[in-house]
Design a protein. Structure first.
Length: 178
């Protein structure tokens, strides 16, 4: 139990020290890696969501009987997001992660207007970013935080340490901690 509290405290502190999307950055999906000085480097992977990707997001039903594990951690900062921007950011990220390999220390995020959707890989090895997993986790975040409210989910287990979420584009996310 004490270990779980430590992990929760550590992951919460790590998320608080993340990066912020640069002002006036164009909508699209980006990969982020840190240079030797610890500075975030942003690389455009693709443009905004297509109409087809948006239609798939809007037709998805809420989570139904999705089982949570004890190592799942949800965080809800308590503010709402624009529904259209959120749907577009999620759709573009899912389009990139269909599937997409995310290297150790890399993060993917998608910005659309005032919302950023993201997939962070804190693990020591590459992992897959899967569209179905994103959809399931965004549905669970909605269950925990409310429809179109900011939130994120973190899982840390021996094989994988990731975070999936969406927040306002001015928020700090995908923290690395010190």
């Amino acid at each position: 139990m004490h270990f779980l509290k430590f992990v929760t405290l550590f992951t919460s502190a790590a998320a608080a020290t993340g990066f912020t999307v640069p002002e006036d950055q164009e909508d699209g999906v980006y990969a982020v890696v840190y240079d030797n000085n610890g500075e975030a480097v942003f690389n455009l992977l693709r443009g905004p969501a297509t109409e087809k990707e948006l239609a798939e997001i809007k037709s998805r039903s809420p989570a139904q009987s999705l089982n949570e594990r004890d190592i799942d951690q949800y965080n809800c900062p308590g503010y709402s997001l624009d529904s259209g921007n959120t749907d577009a950011a999620v759709a573009a990220l899912k389009g990139q992660c269909n599937p997409g390999a995310v290297g150790s220390g890399y993060d993917f995020y998608s910005i659309s207007g005032s919302t950023v959707a993201y997939f962070c890989n804190f693990g020591s090895s590459a992992t897959n970013c899967l569209a179905n997993e994103l959809g399931d986790q965004y549905a669970r975040i909605t269950d925990h935080c409310g429809r179109y409210n900011a939130g994120w989910w973190t899982r840390q287990d021996p094989g994988r340490w990731i975070s999936i979420g969406y927040e306002g584009s001015g928020s700090r996310f995908c923290g690395r901690g010190a």
